[in-house]
Design a protein around this ligand. Structure first.
Ligand code: UGA
Length: 440
């Protein structure tokens, strides 16, 4: 049977060697499949062939190296050729936000046309990238329009739920796998691919699968904005948002995760997905106002943090401020939409003099931070030396286990503003710091 043939050959191409694509390709290779990871960025592929990864992700380098050695994983910049050689194609290209919040689907559309022109036999095309509802249908229409002859194909949606920094773990131990399919043939191929993982697989139509992804990210972002709004009330009343989160989170209907108040969510997923979900909802006829408020609360949190610094230092001009933690969260070097960017730009515009440090994201950060007014330190201790204030924006373990007695002796003023509620408030006050955080 053709379906069995496609399943047996298992020649997988993952198109797009970004965070989702590269991790997915390495994970499928580890599960025993032959995988080509394709990207039209030649330089990236040349590096990958030399086993140099384009970003930092714990455990990924070993996984990639191991599967290159086992000849299960290869890299190519020739998208057309990879499409011709493989019959299961995962689309994992970027869907960045446009000015109006809509997802830019031009890379997805481009790949759909390339697939149409290059596929040789039955091909299963799987969208992995986060896309608005009805994108799968558009991919299908595009391939029908451009394909040569009647080569059969299926399109499926298989959204990815991995978190940066925990991506490898999430690939092997996902909470669920969602597959949105139109045919039994596509369903069988995908179920076979994921069979070794032994996790719940939810099968739906494509539109539903696409909405599951957007709704999941938007819901998690809503939880964060909700607790951030609560943190403001805590600040106004002297309550402790950490205890509030604990008290709420013990109710299994609520759950403790994603209830950490702070400078808000960043990264390449939540900010763009909340906007894209709001945009597509409006486009299909529903105003999802809740999501607009989620975004607004998130934006406010950054401004609120700068106000907190101002509350303590009054005039920011010429104040030396250390900003510790630049990546949007720990265990990644990803700076995209990191809260640090807006906060640093805002401090620099007030003519504060910044010393910044991040355990992983220093190189990345240079592309996002202002050229003037920012000095890059090599260690946390170098960054805080002579500073009037130390702001912590990412909860790196290195910061949590730092020597705060030493930090106190290095600073001009012992003032810590904790944007992630990551430190033991009593302990820092005992050491002699003035300590401020969010909502407690
Ligand atoms: C998120 C989702 O968690 C993944 O399931 C999804 O696959 C991914 O987006 C994606 O769409 O590709 P990620 O962006 O890697 O993953 O990061 P998260 O760990 O979810 O954190 C997002 C942001 O929320 C970070 O800035 C983090 O600091 C912030 N956050 C998280 C909070 O401010 N408070 C919390 O309680 C939790």
């Amino acid at each position: 049977m053709a379906a069995d043939k496609a399943t047996k050959k298992k020649k997988i191409a993952v198109i797009g060697a970004g965070h989702v694509g590269l991790v997915t390709a390495a994970a499928f290779a580890e599960l025993g499949h032959s995988v080509t990871c394709v990207d039209n960025d030649k330089k990236k592929i040349v590096h990958l062939k030399k086993q140099i990864l384009p970003f930092f992700e714990p455990e990924l380098e070993e996984l990639v190296k191991k599967n290159i050695r086992k000849k299960k994983l290869s890299f190519s910049h020739n998208v057309g050729e990879s499409i011709r050689l493989c019959n299961i194609l995962f689309i994992a290209v970027g869907t960045p936000p446009q000015a109006d919040g809509a997802a830019d689907l031009s890379a997805v559309e481009n790949i759909a046309r390339l697939i149409a022109r290059n596929m040789k036999e039955y091909t299963l095309i799987v969208e992995k990238s986060t896309v608005p509802v009805q994108t799968g249908i558009k991919i299908k229409e595009t391939i029908m329009r451009y394909r040569r002859g009647d080569i059969p194909f299926d399109v499926a949606s298989n959204p990815e739920f991995l978190r940066e920094g925990k991506a490898v773990y999430d690939c092997f131990y996902p909470a669920r796998i969602v597959i949105g399919v139109e045919t039994e043939r596509a369903e069988k191929i995908l179920k076979d691919l994921y069979a070794p993982l032994k996790v719940p697989i939810i099968t739906t139509d494509m539109n539903t699968a696409e909405i599951i992804k957007h709704a999941s990210n938007s819901f998690l972002a809503t939880k964060i904005s909700f607790i951030n709004a609560v943190s403001r009330i805590c600040d106004l009343t002297g309550a402790d948002v950490k205890k509030v989160a604990q008290g709420m989170g013990l109710d299994p209907r609520i759950g403790r995760e994603f209830l950490d108040a702070g400078v808000g969510y960043g990264g390449f997923c939540f900010p763009k997905d909340v906007e894209a979900f709001s945009y597509i909802s409006k486009k299909v006829g529903y105003e999802f106002r809740l999501l607009d408020e989620v975004k607004k609360i998130n934006d406010d949190q950054r401004r609120y943090f700068v106000e907190k610094i101002r509350e303590h230092l009054w005039v920011l001009k010429d104040k030396k401020i250390a900003v510790l933690g630049l990546a949007f969260k720990p265990d990644t070097d990803d700076m995209r939409f990191a809260p640090s960017i807006e906060i640093i730009h805002s401090l620099v515009s007030c003519n504060a003099r910044l010393r910044v440090y991040d355990p992983q994201a220093m190189n990345e950060a240079k592309q996002f931070l202002p050229k003037r007014g920012v000095r890059y330190a090599e260690t946390l201790y170098e960054a805080v030396r002579g500073c009037d204030c130390a702001c912590f924006l990412t909860q790196w373990q290195e910061f949590v286990s730092a020597d705060f007695k030493k930090i106190k002796t290095l600073m001009k003023l012992p003032l810590i503003i904790d944007g992630r509620n990551m430190f033991d408030k009593k302990e820092l006050i005992r050491i002699g710091f003035t300590y401020a955080s969010i909502g407690r």
